[in-house]
Design a binder for this molecule. Structure first.
Ligand code: GN1
Ligand code: MG
Length: 726
């Protein structure tokens, strides 16, 4: 696309944009094809490195779509959502939220606190303030900038090691402390003059240190946080290459006066000024564009004010393609009319009105999820939802509800796959009874809780038949890949305990949600029928895989046959023991609870053991395309076995212990069979991310099964050793 006849730095110019990038900037030719932009001035899109919220949303809500769209309409084309001084889990949730938005791009996050000084907390919540914590900070993905008070214990090491850009702010530090922090790597002051000591002629404080070291300084030029003369003073001292205009905007931006929540506290906005109930100024209600205009009104030349909200913040945060109009830069552009008011906004080479369909689709899905989630009687008010990618069967969303105390509580909303589970009502009845049983056995640990609708069911069936349910989201971690042997041992113990808790549950009263789920012999019959039918014409291309399964058919059927003959007992088992179905305490690694109870049915202990090992002791992911990377890690096998047998040994028979290793081999072959069957049938069962996904999964399982067969005697020996110790 060519934007023609733009006024750029005072000259009529044609700008060519291709694939989101500026590829040519030339004097206007006056001829040729392109979009005529006569009368419009072009400047770079604004970059806001410090903004909390707008249009009723706050960064801590962890839903960025609405904010990003408002920001884009107001000239901010990229930003760092800025977190508040709050608890770790709330900040973590922000970093885990989707950054794919249809408005202003998210370049990362700015963490404002909790490593700040209580005395200078401003509108931050004192309850959550603490000293810098490197280990904690490193778990927060995408933190590009962090504001800290350098006088806190551990701050110098933090500045050197944290790997993010460090700003000095919410600080009571003196000049020397700030010089030390800058020498350690801090390179910016956060909202200069606000929430820090001012300048005294013998005690120049953080601002004196910033002058001496010529670092960046952020300034809120809304006309309320700084006197116009101070804005000019900062400009004259630091110049357009060091002074960064920020909005520090809060959720009331774009809305009227009223009471708003900010960082877990109430904020009153009156005549556009936001204050805490103690009277501290609490962020601005100005857009960055308005701050640029205000700075101009205070006497800063317009071009310099623009630079301080574009290239300078981009340089500060290490974004060399943002905030500038030059060949190779991102095509984030603002077109201004004759009065220098915003006329059109372009992000990544597209005018923002072209993002509207994407935003509409977002809003439609959000309205739908809100309507469903609100039918369940869970506490709070819906704010937004996030699609979770875990699980190969059901569609899973995390929905966030604001509570009366303004904290955010998350729930899991699922649309059950009724192709896989044709009788979901029976599943919910199983789960209701199983969780009630477990609740009677454990104390001090969370147990899955499903919410009811007004009519008292723990599910909701939509008109077109979609089956929904909603449960608590238990705070903790689920591992797709487990590196730590201790964690694996814990996962083993968790599934073992799960079996123990259900040992006295009347197994025959459970609905069989998927009949013959782990009847490997039946799975093999279905497989060979699918090969025979070859519905999609795919069988010829998987001859080697079919041959392997044929060779292993007898071995893989052994356990099902033993069960039929009554040689091994049926127990109430979980039947889907991937390690990501255990929630662990993030801090201690202790298992909190086992989730995904859809397949709790009578089954074999060896299958629960084997399925977990198949998933977690594989040296690669379950769908690793490079089978050379796939093998059984015997150390991981041992660790899981120690946990599992450690908690179940007393209950298991000799036959069960003796067939544990066989269980791992069997279930791995069974999964190969199931994935390959699905591939042959056109992938109706498992969710796939690309056309050959099920084939890749099957090949990965075959490679693992082969390695297990080679290591069978080692596996058996490990099991025997562990059993001997119990
Ligand atoms: C399915 O939905 P998810 O990811 O928990 C499947 C399991 C398989 C697993 C393989 C009901 O589990 O049996 O082992 O994929 N669940 C069902 O990743 O078929
Ligand atoms: Mg702030």
């Amino acid at each position: 696309m060519i934007l023609k006849n733009l006024l750029f730095e005072g000259k009529l110019t044609d700008i060519t944009v291709e694939n989101g990038t500026i590829t040519a900037i030339e004097p206007a030719s006056g001829t040729g094809e392109g979009t005529d932009c006569s009368g419009l001035t072009v400047i770079p899109g604004l970059v806001d490195m410090h903004t909390h919220g707008c249009v009723g949303y706050d960064t801590m809500d962890a839903h960025f779509e609405e904010m990003s769209v408002f920001l884009a309409k107001n000239g901010t084309t990229s930003w760092l959502p800025t977190t508040m001084t709050m608890d770790y889990d709330s900040i973590l949730r922000v970093t885990q939220a989707t950054r794919k938005v249809s408005g202003a791009q998210i370049l990362g996050f700015h963490m404002e606190g909790p490593y700040i000084n209580e005395k200078r907390k401003g509108a931050q919540n004192g309850k959550f303030i603490k000293n810098p914590d490197l280990a904690e900070f490193r778990t927060l993905d995408g933190m590009k900038v962090v504001t800290i008070a350098p006088e806190l214990e551990g701050s110098l090491e933090f500045i050197r090691e944290c790997g993010a850009l460090v700003c000095i702010g919410h600080t009571d530090a003196d000049y020397d402390t700030c010089i030390g922090a800058i020498e350690a790597g801090a390179n910016c002051l956060t909202h200069t003059f606000n929430a820090m000591p001012g300048i005294h002629h013998r005690n120049p404080g953080p601002i004196g240190a910033a002058v001496k070291k010529n670092i960046y300084v952020q300034a809120i030029t809304d006309g309320l946080h700084l006197h116009p003369a101070i804005v000019l003073m900062l400009y004259k001292t630091f110049g357009p290459e060091r002074m960064v205009i920020i909005s520090d905007a809060m959720r009331a931006t774009g809305l009227g006066d009223g009471i708003y929540e900010f960082g877990g506290q109430d904020i009153e906005v009156k005549d556009g000024v936001a204050r805490t109930m103690d009277g501290a100024i609490a962020g601005s209600t100005s857009t960055l564009w308005r701050c640029v205009k205000q700075a101009t009104a205070f006497g800063v030349p317009f071009e310099d004010a623009v630079r301080m909200a574009t290239r300078t913040p981009a340089d500060m945060i290490g974004e060399p393609k943002k905030g500038r109009i030059e060949v190779g830069a991102d095509a984030d552009l603002l077109l201004l009319d004759g009065d220098l008011e915003l006329s059109r906004v372009m992000i990544a080479g597209r005018f923002i009105e072209n993002y509207a369909p994407q935003h509409e689709a977002y809003l439609a899905e959000k309205a739908h999820i809100e309507q469903i989630a609100s039918l369940f009687r869970a506490p709070g008010r819906f704010i937004g939802s996030e699609t979770l990618s875990q699980g190969n069967i059901n569609a899973t969303y995390r929905v966030d509800f604001r509570q009366d105390d303004s904290s955010v509580k998350s729930f899991i909303l699922q649309r059950v796959n009724t192709y896989v589970f044709p009788h979901p009502v029976e599943i919910m009845e199983n789960i209701r009874r199983v969780t009630a049983h477990i609740r009677g056995k454990v104390s001090g640990k969370p147990v899955l809780h499903f919410y009811e609708t007004a009519s008292g069911e723990n599910y909701y069936i939509e008109n077109e038949g979609a089956f929904w349910r909603m449960e608590d989201c238990i705070n903790g971690v689920c591992y797709d890949a487990v590196d730590s042997l201790d964690t694996l041992r814990n996962a083993g113990a968790a599934f073992g305990d799960f079996q123990n808790q259900l040992a006295d549950f009347p197994a025959d009263t459970l609905f069989p949600t998927i009949p013959d789920f782990h009847n490997t012999a039946k799975r093999l019959e279905t497989f060979f029928a699918a090969v025979g039918e070859d519905k999609c014409g795919r069988a010829a291309s998987v001859g080697d895989e079919i041959a392997f399964i044929r060779e292993q058919r007898a071995l893989a059927s052994q356990l099902s046959e033993m069960q039929e003959k009554g040689e091994v007992p049926l127990r109430v088992t979980h039947n889907d023991t991937k390690t990501n179905n255990v929630i662990m305490d993030r801090a201690t690694g202790a298992p909190l609870t086992v989730i995904d109870l859809d397949t709790v049915m009578p089954g074999l202990a060896m299958h629960d053991f084997g399925d977990a090992v198949r998933f977690a002791a594989n040296t690669a992911a379950e769908d690793e395309p490079d089978t050379a990377k796939v093998s059984l890690d015997l150390e991981k096998f041992r660790a899981f076995a120690e946990g599992f047998i450690g908690s179940t040994a007393g209950a298991l028979t000799e036959q069960e212990i003796g067939t544990m290793a066989l269980g791992a081999i069997t279930i791995t072959i069974e999964l190969a069979v199931r994935f390959l069957t699905d591939y042959l049938m056109g992938d109706p069962y498992f969710k796939i991310n690309y056309p050959e996904h099920n084939l890749v999964r099957a090949r990965c399982q075959i490679a693992l099964a082969k390695d297990m067969l080679a290591k069978r005697s080692s596996m058996e020996q490990i099991i025997a050793e562990i059993a001997a110790n119990h």
